[in-house]
Design a protein around this ligand. Structure first.
Ligand SMILES: NC(=O)c1ccc[n+]([C@@H]2O[C@H](COP(=O)([O-])OP(=O)(O)OC[C@H]3O[C@@H](n4cnc5c(N)ncnc54)[C@H](OP(=O)(O)O)[C@@H]3O)[C@@H](O)[C@H]2O)c1
Length: 329
């Protein structure tokens, strides 16, 4: 029987105002799917790219948004044996559609979550924490004693990165948009802050590192920071360009990588680092272990009612938020 749900949908690409609240009928889960009733929903910057139609191939319209959540399994599709009704699960990835009271989800994206973690903590932490996990352990592994640059250090991903890197003995130079955010980043383990809206990032990084610069820069800001990020790298360093909050990285000459000292450049995505089920589960276990041992605390969370998703988007886009944003159904 179809379930009547409340969901956020959009029929045009554009600003937060394209999001509307609808009542819809959700069919039973298809083969290989589970149906869940959300307890908390993660909001991620990729949702904004989806809404604007600027990420990869634009989503077909009309569409839903949201690729992260925590919920209770309410129905099981044919062939699914690994989950049961009433079980609490979390997920990241799958087709957008998380901004809803209920949804159907490929069972392959669902994972069991430890009892000790609240719904809000998991929704605030899963996608962003697994992003940090793959970036610092598998994409560009960093080790104790190193210094790295992390842009948007007071953001959702950023505050988790500051804590995790600090816990493993990596010195973090974090960039932030304001003095207030600098304070928040420092309270989460960021060793040095640069207010990149008024300071010269490359000059400050050279100064902080005594001219040595850094081996790895993690850059999710894109257009506004790309050039400075290359300048912050020492020869044979790596630029991990994992987002474009300020817009896409402009075209640049490939030879720049050589001229600046045999640099590496990668544009990774969590989708590719969690596509394999065993890697996905191992990464989640690594994240949950980091929480259990206190390396990462419950993230700073701002909550919005599900029906106010447009306001959440407007605040994130205007750089008014720090830490993680979640929606409550
Ligand atoms: N590739 C992946 O696998 C992956 C996975 C997850 C997230 N990401 C990326 O990681 C980044 C962070 O994601 P998040 O969800 O945690 O978001 P977030 O960091 O909470 O929000 C984005 C932050 O970017 C900064 N920013 C700089 N210029 C901006 C601009 N012109 N407009 C808006 N924000 C700007 C702002 O911080 P300041 O005010 O301090 O500048 C803002 O708070 C996003 O770019 C996202 O796409 C990538």
């Amino acid at each position: 029987m179809a379930e009547t749900i409340t969901a956020i949908r959009f029929s045009d690409y554009g600003g937060p105002d394209v999001l509307s609240v609808v009542s819809a009928a959700l069919p039973p889960p298809a083969a290989g799917e589970i149906q869940i009733r959300h307890l908390a929903i993660g909001v991620n910057f990729i949702d904004i790219y989806h809404r604007k139609g600027v990420f990869g191939a634009p989503l077909p319209l009309p569409n839903g948004l949201g690729i992260e959540g925590v919920g209770v399994v309410t129905a099981i599709g044919e062939g699914v044996t690994s989950f049961s009704q009433g079980q609490r699960v979390a997920y990241l990835g799958g087709p957008p559609g998380g901004y809803a009271t209920h949804r159907n989800l490929p069972a392959a994206r669902a994972i069991d979550v430890p009892d000790g973690l609240s719904d809000q903590t998991v929704a605030a932490l899963l996608l962003k924490g697994l992003t940090v996990e793959y970036l610092i352990h598998r994409c560009a592994p960093v080790t104790a004693g190193e210094t790295v640059v992390w842009h948007a250090a007071a953001g959702g991903v950023g505050l988790i990165a500051c804590q995790w890197l600090h816990a493993i003995g990596v010195t973090v130079i974090g960039t932030v948009g304001s003095d207030a955010k600098a304070e928040i980043a420092r309270a989460h383990g960021c060793d040095h802050t640069i207010v990149y809206t008024r300071e010269d990032v490359a000059a400050r990084v050279a100064d902080i590192t005594g001219g040595a610069k850094v081996r790895v820069v993690f850059d999710s800001v894109g257009a506004d920071t790309f050039a400075a990020s290359l300048e912050c790298l020492r020869p044979r360093g790596t630029l991990v360009s994992f987002g474009e909050s300020s817009g896409p990285v402009p075209p640049f000459g490939f030879g720049t990588l050589g001229a600046r000292g045999s640099l590496f450049l990668t544009r990774p995505s969590i989708a590719h680092y969690t596509a394999d089920r065993r890697e996905y589960e191992a990464a989640a276990n690594c994240l949950f272990a980091a929480i259990a041992c206190g390396a990462i605390a419950a993230p700073q969370i701002t909550t919005y009612p599900l029906v106010e998703a447009a306001r959440a988007h407007a605040d994130i886009q205007a750089r008014r938020t720090s830490g993680s944003v979640i929606l409550l159904p």
